[in-house]
Unconditional design. Structure first.
Length: 213
């Protein structure tokens, strides 16, 4: 079973896709954004950095990720939000080499900026179980307004899901993350998906990761 790296612009809906894949298959999801938001609860500098839309320093993110990966036993995982820079990709390659793991497939979700802005301003998240909802798309809307279907917690907007902060996150993406597409294309492991529908994206990914679907 191939590990998956999901590369996409901010607010592309990576979290929703990862959740659908984990429900369908035996994957563990590793979101560096979730790890950082959890750490930021006890770290005001980190919290401010996340609110600003800027990237967290490579070695900080990598250390958190590495300790998480070291705890995983032989189970396939999906990396959501990592790598975000070429330096992170290189650090990760070195980690794979030293631990005898394989890279797997890299999926690049190509989504238009106008669509991302619509998504970012209508996305809400459960602070307890982390389930993500869209107030715009009825397929992903909560059954009861602003209440989590699964654990009944009150849903929240993410602090960095404001349009001006989104612009900063998008600039970081263009500058740092987009060049990774060529990095992985050169390795022959990058697959482009231009679909916008989460279920269609999941079924396309399913056909790429060695399953008998
Ligand atoms: P999105 O993909 O919608 O921007 P994430 O939850 O993946 O949301 O990331 C939220 C924030 O966490 C980013 O704006 C950035 O500040 C930080 N972050 C997450 N992953 C990384 C990473 N790999 N490297 C640096 N910063 C990161």
């Amino acid at each position: 079973m191939n590990n998956i790296i999901l590369l996409a612009p901010p607010a592309a809906g990576k979290g929703t896709i990862v959740k659908l894949l984990c429900e369908k298959y035996n994957y563990v999801s590793i979101s560096t954004g979730d790890i950082l938001r959890e750490k930021a609860k006890n770290d005001s500098d980190l919290s401010e950095l996340l609110k600003s839309g800027k990237l967290v320093p490579d070695d900080v993110v990598f250390n958190f990720l590495e300790s998480k990966l070291n705890k995983l036993d032989n189970i396939s995982y999906i990396l959501d939000g990592f790598p975000r820079t070429k330096k992170q990709a290189i650090m990760y390659d070195e980690f794979l080499k030293s631990t005898n793991r394989s890279l797997g497939v890299v999926i690049y979700l190509d989504i238009d900026k106008d669509e991302l802005i619509k998504r970012v301003t209508t996305r809400v998240i459960c602070p307890n179980c982390k389930k993500i909802y869209s107030l715009r798309d009825e397929k992903f809307a909560p059954k009861e307004y602003m209440i989590c279907d699964d654990c009944s917690s009150h849903l929240k907007y993410r602090e960095d899901d404001k349009e001006d902060i989104f612009e900063k996150r998008y600039d970081e993406y263009l500058k740092n993350t987009l060049p990774l597409i060529n990095y992985y294309k050169d390795k022959g492991v990058c697959i482009l998906i231009s679909d916008y529908d989460a279920k269609a994206i999941v079924s396309r990914i399913s056909s790429l990761v060695n399953y008998n679907d």
